[in-house]
Design a protein around this ligand. Structure first.
Ligand code: NDP
Length: 240
């Protein structure tokens, strides 16, 4: 695919799964990457492996100050920000009747506030410059709801709506929704309900590997300035 050597890309949730695969994919295409998550030892190891074009900083997307400092550090390191990939997310699924309020709140904090904090950290720069690109990782759960996934899907419907709103409000800023189907990652490892955890294992029987989503993000980023890929939905087939 097209090289990305001019692009400076920030990626959240880069310590595992889709985020890590995207770092590898975009680094191979020549992008310069500033990567964040809470597990800093993983970020450090990834940055060391990939060399000077990748730098990192510990980031908690639920904290607006942490996200602001992350964006400032990226700009100080690479001179500007071209793209923010809001990828960080959590999925502690459970039936509503279990009343796992703490898990509902954590999902809303990471999956919705995290995306909004990211937009707030870069949007003033993009508006001032008259360009920029926000890629938000939603889910097929932004289009359909499954039992035990009501709150998770609600957060992803919100990510879809926020991204579409951003697109409508700024015709000089690109906004892309990436909606993966089932991908084999660490997502859901924090499910506390044993039955739901077992069901997730079944869903994962037919799943994509994270590089499939990384290639979709690469595709959206590689388009010329005048082309905004609004959404890419990627699902596994029976061949997996
Ligand atoms: P992983 O669990 O492998 O990755 C999630 C990432 O989010 C980790 O790097 C984690 O890093 C980061 N993260 C979680 N909380 C925070 C936080 N408060 N601040 C900063 N980073 C945080 O799962 P995936 O790679 O699968 O998930 C990536 C995205 O893809 C998510 O938004 C998910 O909802 C979405 N998705 C995944 C699907 C799948 O089947 N896997 C399907 C559809 C969508 P750390 O813990 O180090 O902070």
């Amino acid at each position: 695919m097209t090289g990305l050597s001019e692009k400076i890309v920030l990626i959240t949730g880069a310590s595992s799964g889709i985020g890590e695969a995207t770092v590898r994919e975009l680094a191979a295409a020549g992008a310069r990457l500033f990567i964040g998550a809470r597990r800093s030892e993983r970020l450090k190891a990834l940055a060391q492996e990939l060399g000077a074009q990748v730098d990192w900083r510990e980031l908690d997307v639920t904290d607006p100050d942490s996200f602001g400092a992350f964006a400032e550090a990226a700009e100080a390191r690479f001179g500007r920000i071209d793209v923010l990939v809001n990828n960080a997310g959590i999925m502690p699924l459970s039936p509503l009747a279990a009343l796992k309020r703490d898990e509902w709140t954590r999902m809303i904090d990471v999956n919705i506030h995290g995306v909004l904090n990211g937009i707030a950290a870069v949007l003033p720069r993009f508006v001032a410059r008259g360009n920029g690109h926000v890629v938000n990782v939603a889910s097929v759960g932004a289009h359909l709801v499954l039992p035990t996934a009501a709150v998770y899907c609600a957060t992803k419907y919100a990510v879809w709506a926020i991204t579409e709103g951003l697109r409508q409000e700024h015709d000089d800023i690109r906004a892309t929704i990436i909606s993966p189907g089932v991908v084999a990652t660490e997502l859901g490892n924090d499910i506390t309900d044993p039955q739901v955890a077992a069901a997730l294992k079944d869903w994962r029987q037919k799943s994509l590997t994270p590089d499939a989503i990384a290639r979709a993000i690469h595709y959206a980023l590689a388009q010329p300035e005048g082309v905004d890929v609004n959404e890419v939905i990627v699902r596994p087939t029976a061949a997996n």
